[in-house]
Design a protein around this ligand. Structure first.
Ligand code: ATP
Length: 235
C-alpha cells in the first residue's frame, strides 16, 4: 500500500532522515519506535505532504506522492493525526469533526462517519456542543483521531497518541486503534511507548538518528535484546 524508498529529509542543514525505507501493507498496523529526535515525526510529516524529501520516493497505491500537496494526499486516503492533539480549541467538538470532512461532498457518507466516530468515542457524542479547548487531554486525543477518521482514510498516520495520557486512557486509546484497524483502516503508528505499540502491531521499524536500524515482526522486535535494552526498559 505504502512504500517509502530511501528518503532523505532536511531542515536547513539538519539531515533528519537518512535514506529511510519502509513499507506498510494493506490491513496492517505498523509501528515506528525510537527515541526523542530520531525522526519519527519527520517521517509522518513527509508521508502526509507537510515536508518534501530531497531524495528518494514515496509510493502510495502504485503512484508517487512524494512532494505532493497535503490536501491531495488527504484526498487520496491518507490522514495524519499530529503529535500533541492539535484540535481547534475555540470550536465545538462537532465543528472540529466537520472540518475533518471538509474535502468531502458525500453528505450521507459524512453522516455515517459521524455515527461511526460517536460509536468509537461515546464521550465525544456527549460533548458534541462543547468547545474542544475545554476537553481533557484524553478527550482531545480522541477528537484528533475522530477528526482524521472523518476524512475516511484508507491509511491513518498516528503520531504519539499515548503521549501524556494516564495508563488507563492509554489502554483505551490502543484498544480503539485496534478497532479502527479491524474495521479496515491500515495504520502507521509512531510511539515512544514501545511496549504498548509492539503489543498491537503486526510489524515494526526502529529509527535511530534518522536511520532505520532494525525491522521485523512485532514478535521479533519484542524478543530482540537490542529492543529490550533500549526501548522496553530491559524487560
Ligand atoms: P519526538 O518524539 O521528539 O517528536 P521524533 O523522533 O519525532 O522525536 P523529529 O521530531 O522527527 O523526531 O526530529 C528529528 C530531528 O529533526 C531532530 O534532530 C530534530 O531536532 C530535528 N527537527 C525537527 N523539527 C525541526 C525543525 N522544524 N527545524 C529544525 N530541526 C528540526
Amino acid at each position: 500500500m505504502l512504500n517509502v524508498n530511501g528518503i532523505d529529509v532536511f531542515y536547513g542543514n539538519i539531515h533528519a532522515l537518512k535514506g529511510v525505507s519502509l513499507e506498510v501493507n494493506k490491513g496492517e498496523i505498523v509501528t515506528l519506535i525510537g527515541a526523542n529526535g530520531a525522526g519519527k515525526t519527520t517521517l509522518l510529516k513527509t508521508i502526509s505532504g507537510l515536508l518534501k524529501p530531497k531524495n528518494g520516493d514515496i509510493v502510495y497505491e502504485g503512484a508517487s506522492i512524494a512532494g505532493k500537496a497535503a490536501q491531495t494526499i488527504v484526498k487520496q486516503g491518507i490522514s495524519h493525526v499530529p503529535e500533541g492533539r492539535r484540535v481547534f480549541a475555540n470550536m465545538t467538538v462537532e465543528e472540529n469533526l466537520e472540518l475533518g470532512a471538509f474535502l468531502r461532498k458525500d453528505k450521507v457518507g459524512i453522516q455515517q462517519d459521524f455515527a461511526n466516530v460517536f460509536q468509537l468515542f461515546p464521550r465525544l457524542e456527549e460533548r458534541r456542543k462543547q468547545l474542544a479547548g475545554t476537553l481533557s487531554g484524553g478527550e482531545q486525543q480522541m477528537l484528533a483521531i475522530g477528526r482524521a477518521l472523518m476524512a475516511r482514510p484508507k491509511l491513518l498516520l498516528l503520531d504519539e497518541p499515548s503521549m501524556g495520557l494516564a495508563p488507563l486512557l492509554v489502554k483505551t486509546i490502543f484498544r480503539i486503534i485496534q478497532e479502527i484497524n479491524a474495521s479496515g483502516t491500515t495504520i502507521l503508528l509512531v510511539e515512544q511507548n514501545a511496549h504498548m505499540a509492539l503489543s498491537i502491531a503486526d510489524r515494526a521499524y526502529v529509527l535511530e538518528s534518522g536511520r532505520v536500524v532494525l525491522s521485523g515482526t512485532a514478535a521479533e522486535l519484542q524478543a530482540s535484546e537490542q529492543v529490550k535494552q533500549a526501548y522496553l526498559g530491559g524487560h
